[in-house]
Ligand binder design. Structure first.
Ligand code: SF4
Length: 227
């Protein structure tokens, strides 16, 4: 099963590397498919690669990436524990916003990433990521000022998860009030979500060994009664 996921993921990355489905392929040095563990419960989705990301082919490696790492820390997470990607995988020229048609062309990749990883929580960073993910789940997008710090129950192509909405770290670099909001969203709302997921996981891990033990006792009894 795990091998299938890894194989499918490898194919997906290869497709993204060769993709020419929208004009952004003409401007990229490197596409940025995403990075992180495939068996994580948490995905982080930004808007589009910037200059450093385009040069390195990795998401969130510039100043916004450093801030993201700190914000993840406030939510009780390390970067290595989450899968990070963007709504569009190639850099828009001059770091302009991605256009609707580019987002539409690239969306199947994000959907396939979600289906492979099956996260319990997606942290949507910025307006484009939040709007795209909420609308994909049939939910209403209004504005970042109204919806940041909120978490929504959602289903994306059969994957049940929750979407946490917050600002993009790049927006906070030169705007201290947005930085404060981001810190609050990560340190409070998103932290609670992460704790909930950790508790569920701990419960499951606590129950499963018990079941395994019970099964082996029953097997033992079964064997004893027939011997
Ligand atoms: S942004 Fe997405 S759809 Fe457009 S060329 Fe890059 S990978 Fe393909």
């Amino acid at each position: 099963m795990r091998n299938n996921v890894e194989e499918e993921y490898r194919k997906l990355v290869e497709e993204i590397r060769n993709c020419k489905k929208c004009p952004l392929h003409k401007f990229r040095k490197n596409p940025v498919p995403g990075e992180g563990p495939l068996d994580t419960d948490i995905m982080v989705v930004g808007e589009a690669p910037g200059r450093n990301e385009d040069l390195q082919g990795r998401p969130f490696v510039g100043a916004a990436g450093q801030l993201l790492n700190k914000l993840l820390g406030l939510a009780g997470l390390e970067r290595a524990q989450v899968y990070i990607t963007n709504v569009v995988k190639c850099r828009p020229p001059g770091n302009r916003d991605p256009r609707d048609e580019e987002i539409r062309a690239c969306l199947p990749y994000l959907i396939r990433q979600t289906q492979l990883i099956k996260p319990k929580l997606i942290i949507a960073l910025g307006r484009h990521a939040a709007r795209t993910l909420l609308e994909l789940a049939g939910l209403k997008w209004q504005s970042m000022s109204k919806q940041h710090g909120h978490v929504y129950d959602a289903s994306i192509e059969g994957v049940k998860l929750r979407i946490a909405v917050t600002y993009h770290p790049a927006a906070a670099l030169y705007k201290p009030p947005i930085r404060e909001q981001l810190k609050k969203d990560f340190g409070e709302t998103i932290r609670k979500e992460v704790e909930r997921i950790k508790q569920l996981k701990a419960k499951k891990e606590h129950v499963e060994p018990k079941l395994t033990r019970q099964t082996s006792i029953l097997e033992f009894l079964g064997r004893s009664s027939t011997s």
